[in-house]
Write a protein that binds this ligand. Structure first.
Ligand code: HEM
Length: 150
């Protein structure tokens, strides 16, 4: 394995998705205690996104790629920066306010978290395409030159 990126990416994906689910339930069922759990998930998910961005830069430098792959990789990279910025803004705002927020602010941050998680899901799909379709960073896909006999 050339980089840490495939190991690291599971943390922001799992934590930010969990944060979204828990925050949604907290808002719908008005469970104030659940906001604290979602804040932990957003905070740790942001650290995970930072690790994914740093390891992603390393993966990109190590990856051999054509122009077609580069376009997918560049979009994946940009989405990674957007996800990190959004999650850091949400976590930072909530921590700065001691997580004492009105209902309007909570729904606004929920909207931002929904965007972050949606973009992250699309970016992860692109990451999977790079690895399993184009063979970047692995031995799968059409560019590996290996034929699988079943
Ligand atoms: C929140 C941020 C990010 C997430 C959640 C994420 C997620 C993923 C996922 C799920 C894969 C497929 C891994 C596999 O199936 O083995 C992947 C691959 C990849 N990502 Fe990211 N990524 C992020 C940020 C970045 C950034 C910022 C870059 C570039 C600067 C990048 C570059 C790559 C590259 C080159 C690959 C293919 C090779 C490899 O996995 O080593 N990623 N990413």
């Amino acid at each position: 394995m050339e980089t840490l990126h495939p190991m690291v990416v599971h943390f922001p994906i799992a934590l930010l998705m969990a944060a979204w689910l828990i925050e949604t339930l907290a808002l719908l069922f008005q469970r104030s205690g659940w906001h604290k759990i979602s804040l932990w998930n957003v905070g740790l998910g942001t650290l995970g996104a930072l690790a994914a961005v740093l390891s992603g830069r390393q993966a990109m430098a190590a990856a051999k790629h054509s122009m077609e792959i580069y376009q997918v990789m560049e979009l994946h990279e940009r989405l990674g920066y957007v996800v990190l910025t959004l999650s850091a803004t949400i976590a930072g705002w909530r921590l700065f306010k001691g997580d004492r927020l009105g209902r309007r602010s909570r729904w606004l941050l929920w909207g931002l978290l929904t965007c972050a998680v949606g973009l992250m899901a699309f970016s992860a799909y692109l990451g999977g395409r790079m690895v399993y379709e184009f063979g970047v960073g692995g031995s799968y896909g059409r560019s590996s030159g290996v034929e699988v006999v079943q």
